[in-house]
Design a protein around this ligand. Structure first.
Ligand SMILES: Nc1ncnc2c1ncn2[C@@H]1O[C@H](COP(=O)(O)OP(=O)(O)OP(=O)(O)O)[C@@H](O)[C@H]1O
Length: 357
């Protein structure tokens, strides 16, 4: 069954035409998306696009100006009616961990469980420390833990009251790249094992793709596309998403038919049909992995930039002033600046937009 045909009760979170902001002004508007139970969603976009603002509205810290937020089919935010944060059953994990420094790890995790008997609380804390693999550090203090360990404590503390939804606000941004990648996969595993839904805020596309089932790409307070990572990459809704998600750039071309474009890189054909008239001027998206090295090719663009990245090298090629593009080759294919290299386009997914100016 397609997602849009799902009955309303299967959505965990529904955001409809949301507008909210500060001092009566909206900094985000017309935001609509829905998350099904157990899924991890993401708000992805450049700095200042409104990710944290939407997260604050979901948490109940910010009233909304129009639209509605529903959690488990229950309205939690309407203009003039905001269910208090503590009544939403939503947990939060922040970038700076926000652990209590004078409490042990076990006490931090058990902080929100005051309604439980002592023995029951201890059992629950042990279970959660087990889930985040920190049983051995129960009696340590936060400053004795690494950043990654502290973030797992923060997650365990947020999970303790058994929330319906967890909000993760740039939770890995204080960590180095390697730990970031490992911890994001760890957190995904933990949430999936427990069947807990989450919304992650990040401006790191790799993190969004590795961790999330659905991603919202935002620009200047407006939702550009809400989709699975694969579609964002292969079927971006507009130029902004095409550029923001993944690497690559546009080259000029002319439509020959619904699925064929003539360009300086030759005829580019794909599996996606457009409604263009033959002769329409378009911009075609070329990703670095769309270009392959082919010694028999007559197309021989010039290397104008080269970035060595260990197992691969990113090249920037120029055919003419209007047509430049990038290609990623295994690093044993070593070309020098100014060299003319035989290449060919091998793109399954033809992504192009009609030229507007
Ligand atoms: N408390 C506030 N009062 C007034 N304006 C604010 C407030 N917080 C954020 N803004 C403005 O709202 C807009 C969106 O900010 P927001 O923090 O939601 O962006 P973001 O996408 O989370 O950015 P970043 O990735 O840098 O954290 C920005 O223009 C910002 O200046």
């Amino acid at each position: 069954m397609a997602r849009h045909e799902m009955p309303a009760e299967d959505w965990l979170l529904e955001v409809s035409n949301l507008a909210c902001g500060y001092g009566g002004e909206s900094v985000v508007s017309d935001i609509s998306f829905a998350l099904s139970r157990g899924d991890i969603g993401c708000l992805l976009g450049p700095s200042g696009c409104g990710k944290s603002t939407i997260l604050r509205a979901l948490a109940g810290f910010l009233p909304i100006n129009s639209g509605e937020i529903r959690l488990q089919s229950r309205s939690i935010s309407l203009p003039g009616r905001t269910l208090a944060p503590e009544k939403r059953r939503i947990g939060m994990v922040f970038q700076d961990y926000a652990l209590f420094p004078h409490m042990t790890i076990a006490e931090n995790v058990g902080f929100g469980l005051t309604n439980l008997e002592k023995a029951e609380r201890r059992k629950k804390v042990d279970e959660l420390l087990d889930v985040v693999h920190l049983q051995d550090l129960a009696n340590n203090y936060p400053h004795e833990l690494s950043g990654g360990q502290q973030q797992r404590v923060a997650l365990a503390r947020a999970l303790a009251p058994e929330p319906t939804l967890i909000l993760l606000d740039e939770p890995f941004s204080n960590l180095d790249a390697d730990l970031r990648r490992r911890l994001s996969l760890d957190v995904r595993d933990i949430l999936k094992k427990l069947g807990i839904s989450a919304i992650l805020v990040t401006h790191d596309q790799q993190e969004a793709f590795a961790m999330c089932d659905q991603v919202a790409v935002l620009k200047s307070g407006a939702l550009q596309q809400w989709d699975v990572p694969y579609n964002l990459y292969h079927e971006p809704a507009n130029r902004f998403v095409a550029r923001f998600v993944g690497q690559g750039g546009f080259i000029p071309g002319k439509a020959l038919g619904p699925d064929a474009i003539e360009s300086e890189l030759g005829l580019i054909q794909g599996n996606r049909a457009y409604k263009w008239q033959p002769g329409t001027l378009v911009d075609v998206l070329i990703r670095p992995d769309d270009i392959v090295y082919d010694p028999s090719s007559d197309l021989r663009p010039k290397v104008i930039e080269k970035t060595f990245a260990g197992t691969s090298t990113l090249y920037r090629f120029r055919c003419s002033e209007d047509t430049e593009f990038e290609a990623l080759f295994r690093s044993h294919l070593d070309f020098h600046l100014g060299e003319h290299v035989p290449v060919r386009v091998e793109a399954d997914h033809l992504i192009a937009f009609e030229r507007t100016a």
